[in-house]
Design a protein around this ligand. Sequence first.
Ligand code: IPE
Ligand code: IPE
Ligand code: MG
Length: 244
Amino acid sequence: MSEKPQSKPDLVVPRSVAIIMDGNGRWARSRGLERIRGHEHGTTAVRETVEQCAELGVEALTLYAFSEENWRRPALEIKLLMALLKRFLVGERDNILRNGIRLVHAGRRERLPADVLAELDRSIEMSRDNTGMTLCLAIAYGGRAELTDAMRAIARRVQAGEVQPDEIDEAMVSRNLYHPELPHPDLLIRTANERRISNFLLWQISYAEIHITDVCWPDFRKQHLWAAFEDFGGRTRRFGAVVP
Ligand code: IPE
Ligand code: IPE
Ligand code: MG
């Protein structure tokens, strides 16, 4: 399979896609630019990927934009990233509405700047009745944090006597995640050739197919998405069973 088909092949479109958008810093540094330039160029890739997924009929796209662990980065990079995020939310609003996309957020809100939260909430509110693709932005997101929050919520219900410990099952854990309504990813894409999960959607990706590309996120275009879908279409998903 070639990494980059020249024309749109017959694609098996996954119902739910998650992407670890990585390599912005390396993309910039290899060009002698500041890391933030890589993040800026990454927004073009986000726009094209979102539009292409919506057009192809993906039901849910989850993009890892900022992890809980990314708070460890230098204060200036965080500040510039948050400013970029805010600009992106405002600038893409028309696009999101025109494409019938519903925007949601996954992550912890506490440390996010108030102005970013305000724009995030505005986009969420404006797009809430859209019936097209759901775009889930994972911002200040950590898979362990999400599971910890779910455990706290369930523990509170146990404490209140509403739930018996034996009644806790996988479905109840799933229902207490940030977005229980979203289908779990069928396909997980990671750019920049990193072969790790980096605390993304730990519960939800238990049976996701994984596609890793060496393309850095700012260079990711629809051809690379098609290549990922082509790769996905060639997989045999067994879910632990024996497939004849
Ligand atoms: C991904 O690119 C974007 C974020 C994590 C916010 P990086 O900034 O991690 O880029 P590299 O991995 O250092 O190249
Ligand atoms: C994962 O990328 C987080 C996002 C893409 C937002 P990182 O660049 O933070 O991951 P590590 O540190 O290389 O594992
Ligand atoms: Mg990285």
